[in-house]
Structures are given as C-alpha cells and as structure tokens.
Design a protein around this ligand. Structure first.
Ligand code: HEC
Length: 97
C-alpha cells in the first residue's frame, strides 16, 4: 500500500507543467476533443494526432482560427488569443503521444 502511494506521488511530481490541465482546453475545446464528437481528434489518441502534429504549430493554429471540417472557426472560443489557442493545442499534442 505504502509503495503504491509513493509511486503515485512520484508519478504526480514527474508530470511536466505542459501536461497539466489547460484552461482553454478545459472550457472550450473539451466539448469535442474529449469525446471525439463530430470526428474531432480525441485527447490521448496518438494515432489521430500524429499526422496533425507533423503539420506544425502554425498550420494547426490556422486550422483552429479558420475552422476545419466540423470544427467551427476559433473552436467556439471567440475571445481566445493566439497564445490561448497555442496553449490548448500544445496541451493536446503533449497528451496525445
Ligand atoms: C464543435 C467541436 C469542436 C470544438 C469546440 C473544437 N474542435 Fe478542434 N476539431 C474538431 C473537429 C471535428 C476536428 C477535425 C477536423 C478535420 O480534420 O476535418 C478538429 C481538429 C482540430 C485540430 C487539428 C487541425 C488540423 O489541421 O488537423 C486542432 C489543432 C484542434 N482541433 C484544436 C482545437 C482547439 C484548440 C479547440 C478549442 C479552442 C478546439 N479544437 C475546439 C472539433 C472541435
């Protein structure tokens, strides 16, 4: 029991900051990207994200701002800045490897 607890604590401490929850993702993008609604690449789905990751951050940012397929422009976050979008995109990439 004690060993399990120690392992859990160690694992928590080793999580890099980028892997922590992201506000923009949690409030705006989660609706589609947590469930894969409308064909959205799901958080944690490495196969769905790998080809998108290779497009690069600039291309992904443009997809979000302009909308892509079933994703509405700005991913439904009209008051998000580029940095907000980048943070949410990076969060999904980092957690979908
Ligand atoms: C209404 C549902 C919905 C919301 C809300 C949404 N997305 Fe998406 N997203 C999608 C769908 C569907 C796709 C797949 C589009 C395609 O490839 O046809 C997608 C694809 C993406 C991609 C990959 C783009 C590419 O060029 O392949 C990124 C990055 C992304 N979303 C980021 C975000 C971010 C960041 C947010 C929050 C600000 C967000 N999405 C909110 C539905 C959504």
């Amino acid at each position: 029991m004690k060993k399990v607890l120690m392992a859990a604590v160690a694992a928590t401490l080793m999580v890099p900051a980028a892997a922590m929850a992201n506000d923009t993702y949690n409030t705006k993008c989660v609706a589609c990207h947590a469930t894969g609604a409308a064909g959205a690449p799901k958080l944690g789905d490495a196969a769905a994200w790998a080809p998108r990751a290779s497009l690069g951050m600039d291309a992904l940012l443009a997809s979000v701002k302009n909308g892509k397929g079933a994703m509405p422009p700005k991913g439904l976050c009209n008051d998000c800045s580029d940095d907000d979008f980048k943070g949410a995109i990076q969060f999904m990439l980092d957690n979908s490897k």
